[in-house]
Ligand binder design. Structure first.
Ligand code: PMP
Length: 451
């Protein structure tokens, strides 16, 4: 009785005082309040156990409760608890060097607090870089429809989903959008044609006005889009030919999610000018954003003059404990062969999920590494997207059976029809078995109920 009363007050307090992100999904429903986590699983207040099939927000890559990571944070906090990066500290130095070697180039990193901020930093660096090169007119950024790059005004302007529309005044100027490669629905003949379209946009906008292109190697929240490997290779060439910086958003795809350390590494010959990271950088154990730029860009910012001064201050960016956590996270990923495991197991999970394509309600199942999308349709011939209620029903039924899955984010109405699975990279064979079996059973059940 006492426990129940206490629980009730917690829910009430939550409803009154806690503003959830993506509150559209939460405002009217009782929130799931996690009280215990273990590996890929968490337990809610009522004692229900769930497999987290989306790794929180695709960040909890090593699952809950890694004591080595907690220890790294503790050790750092009781030593140098905070120090600004206007000066320097050991974990930030070590992490910046480690990122450069993981990215297989010569990179210098600016640390911040989140993926959104990492992208803002990228935009500012790109514009200032061109200005210092004598090209202040190069200020535009190209991103793709369906992409999500963050919630702050610049990152939101690069985002091309419905959440940018209507409520927040005009987008920041200079943000252009092009269609992504999307073989299932695209009007383009091929993914390469989608790359050539970018070239055309640059030509007609004027290469002397375009600062950069920002893209995820695989659009994640916008519906798990898996282009052919040649797409990114070609986009990188187009960037080079036009002095346009290639900014690769590895916030979701970085640190093993796609079966490579970074998503861009699936494509030959791609060495991004700028790479942005967050989420998997710390496996969600600490907030940290990172913007790594090739050294030739950083060179332009050396010097004491106002022209070189990069005006972006981040009090908590590169917090010592967060950097220590990131270093330990990367050490575990490397020592436990996580990337190779994700690559191998990801293929077999995808094969099994693709059995679902025989159902009338499943248009396409696609994926890479531990990132899977199941596109639900109302009509397989016309490819009309399944109603939001249908994907909602599948998600709710999975939850009843102890599995949390997601769907594509705030795209445009009528297109919330891609289920998303992104389990922790450390998931056991049994965890993955449960994930695949539950999703398959639930979608089959939901289809049979609609017929
Ligand atoms: N880029 C991508 C691809 C993302 O998925 C997200 C977060 N969902 C962001 C950037 C923004 O990250 P954050 O929420 O840490 O600001």
């Amino acid at each position: 009785q006492e426990v129940q009363t206490e629980n009730k007050t917690l829910v009430q307090k939550d409803k009154e005082h806690l503003w959830h992100s993506m509150s559209r999904f939460n405002a009217n429903a009782n929130p799931t309040i996690a009280t215990k986590g273990e590996g890929s699983w968490f337990t809610d207040m009522e004692g229900n156990k769930y497999l987290d099939g989306v790794s929180g927000l695709w960040c909890l890559n090593l699952g809950h409760g890694r004591k080595e990571i907690a220890q790294a944070a503790y050790d750092q906090m009781v030593n140098v608890s905070y120090f600004p990066l206007t000066q320097s500290h050991v974990p930030a130095i070590e992490l910046s060097a480690k990122l450069s070697s993981l990215l297989k180039g010569s990179y210098t990193t600016y640390f911040s607090n989140s993926g959104s901020e990492a992208n803002e930093v990228a935009f500012k660096i790109a514009r200032q870089y061109h200005a210092q090169n004598g090209n202040p007119g190069k200020y535009k950024f190209i991103s793709r429809y369906r992409a999500y790059h963050g919630s702050t005004i610049g990152a939101l302007s690069a985002t091309a989903q419905a959440n940018r529309k209507g409520k927040y005044g005009p987008s920041a100027s200079g943000f252009l959008h092009v269609p992504p490669p999307y073989s299932y629905r695209s009007t383009f003949e091929s993914d390469l044609a989608a790359a050539e379209y970018i070239k055309e946009v640059i030509t007609w906008e004027g290469a002397d006005t375009v600062a950069g292109i920002i893209l995820e190697p695989f659009i994640s929240g916008g519906g798990v889009l898996i282009p052919s490997k040649e797409y990114l290779t070609r986009v990188a060439e187009i960037c080079k030919e036009n002095d346009v910086l290639l900014i690769v958003d590895e916030v979701v795809s970085g640190f093993g999610r796609t079966g490579e350390m970074f998503g861009f590494m699936h494509s030959a010959g791609v060495q991004p000018d700028i790479v942005t990271m967050a989420k998997g950088l710390t496996s969600g154990y600490m907030p940290l954003g990172a913007t790594a730029v090739q050294s030739y860009i950083y060179e332009k910012f050396k010097g004491e003059g106002d022209k070189q001064h990069f005006r972006h201050v981040s009090t908590f960016g590169g917090h010592p404990a967060a950097c220590a956590v990131a270093l330990k996270n990367i050490e575990i990923i490397e020592n436990e062969g996580i990337v190779e495991r994700v690559s191998q197991l990801g293929r077999s999970v995808l094969n099994e999920l693709q059995d679902l394509e025989t159902l009338d309600c499943v248009g396409e199942v696609r994926g890479v590494g531990f990132l899977f999308g199941i596109e639900l349709v109302a009509d397989k011939q016309t490819k009309a997207p399944a109603a939001e209620e249908f994907s909602g029903k599948v998600i709710a039924k999975c939850k009843e059976k102890g599995l949390i899955i997601g769907r594509n984010g705030d795209t445009i109405p009528g297109y919330q029809n891609v289920l998303i699975l992104a389990p922790p990279l450390s998931s056991t064979d049994e965890d993955l078995r449960f994930l695949v079996d539950t999703v398959k059973t639930v979608i089959e059940e939901c289809e049979s109920q609609t017929v």
